[in-house]
Design a binder for this molecule. Structure first.
Ligand code: PLP
Length: 395
């Protein structure tokens, strides 16, 4: 087979590969960022889908517009964006997507030539790295700290490398859980204007906040219309629906629509209609209160268990939100090697940190734990077993 240059050397997503072992129910998974089953609005979705098809079946079961299902675009524009401080957008700034993953793919198609420089946080969401590699980008990175990237380092790297875009997850970053400080948020918007650099503000986790103060979106500091906000409904409503919205420059959004025409024509109408109803019926605030109470409890259980069973040399911070705890082992320890033993001997899965880094050889001593997908007793049991394994290996 004569494969493209593009696909050569791009590995399968470590998380997608993980789904293969997760078929075994004995495995306790701290792997993918799956929401808890009890957090899906199942009864509501069943009733509402039936009603939607009865009332609007002719439209919903037909082909729809590539830009997205209009009631969802309007709900996002009129109900979701203004409370976030975005009040000057119009419908031409908004499209819907088949998950924010598709947003990244469309933006890569629209913005990246082979060799174009793309700036990412180090470490960052491995799905984004995969997309930018497939687009044959020259990926450069800015280091993450406890409070996200630092304004001075960001400015320096942008000056030196002149990226076409900066991809950032400012709030409850995947994988580190870090929240970008306000200075860096302002600097990001300033650099976007100064260097005509697109900023992708990927924001799937900000609504999952358990403590601390709400942070302003980078988009609220945007003076040049160079910041595009991606809002996924995967973590808050359902990842299986594959629904996300974005708000960005109208010209850019138009190009994304053209790329989407040749990708999946449009996102599924019924799924978009469900999310639109969820927003328009005003269900989101109570739903977020509910899922945040579930997840903050799971986080506390995981952290308590880690305090009890993990060796002291395994370092981690308490995240204020999101779905992950990021662990750093002493230099020289290899979380990918430990992972093999963890799955085989302890029946516990997590995601080794290396695939979240853009360069080989760094981050091998890190790994990511998800706390939302397993019930309380399995979180405690899994952390106990993993802690035992770490102590067996590292003393
Ligand atoms: C930072 C980040 N962006 C995007 C995605 C993909 O989201 P979606 O399900 O909307 O494609 C994820 C999923 O884990 C994520 O963590």
């Amino acid at each position: 087979m004569q494969f493209s240059e593009r696909i050569k050397g791009v590995k399968g997503s470590a998380i997608r590969e993980l789904f293969k072992v997760l078929g075994n129910p004995a495995i306790i998974s701290f792997g993918g960022g799956n929401p808890a089953k009890e957090c899906f609005p199942k009864e509501w979705a069943a009733e509402t889908a039936k009603q939607l098809i009865a009332e609007k079946g002719d439209v919903l079961l037909q082909y729809g517009p590539t830009e997205g299902y209009m009631p969802l675009r309007k709900a996002y524009l009129e109900k979701v964006l203004p409370p976030l401080g975005i009040t000057d957008a119009t419908i031409d700034n908004v499209i819907t997507m088949t998950g924010s993953m598709q947003g990244l793919d469309l933006l890569a198609k629209v913005m990246i030539n082979p060799g174009s420089t793309v700036l990412v946080e180090e470490p960052t969401f491995l799905g984004a790295i995969q997309i930018f590699k497939l687009a044959q980008a020259n990926i450069v990175s800015v280091p993450m700290h406890e409070d996200g990237v630092h304004a001075d380092e960001l400015e320096q790297i942008v000056k030196e490398t002149r990226p076409v875009m900066f991809y950032t997850i400012p709030t409850f970053q995947n994988p580190t859980g870090a929240v970008m400080n306000v200075e860096a948020r302002k600097m990001t918007a300033r650099l976007a204007a100064e260097y005509d650099m697109l900023v992708i503000e990927d924001d799937p986790y900000a609504s999952l906040r358990y403590s601390g103060e709400v942070m302003p979106l980078i988009k609220t500091f945007d003076t040049s219309d160079n910041v595009i906000l991606l809002t996924s409904y995967s973590k808050t409503v359902s990842p299986g629906l594959r629904v996300a919205c974005c708000c960005g420059n109208a010209e850019l959004v138009r190009k994304m629509v053209i790329a989407k025409q040749g990708s999946d024509t449009h996102s599924p109408n019924l799924n978009q209609a469900l999310v639109a109803e969820f927003i328009n019926q005003g269900r989101m605030p109570a739903h977020l209160d509910f899922i945040n109470s579930v997840y903050s409890k799971s986080l506390n259980i995981m952290l308590d268990a880690m305090g009890k069973y993990f060796p002291e040399w395994a370092k981690y911070e308490r995240p204020e939100g999101g779905l992950f705890v990021w662990v750093t082992l002493p230099e020289g320890m290899d979380a990918s090697e430990i992972y093999k033993r963890s799955v085989a001997e302890k029946l516990v899965a997590y995601v080794p940190g290396a695939p979240f880094y853009t360069k080989p050889g760094i981050g091998d001593n890190t790994f990511r734990l998800n706390f939302s997908a397993e019930p309380e007793e399995r979180i405690i049991e899994g952390i106990h077993r993993l802690g035992d394994l770490l102590k067996e290996i590292g003393g």
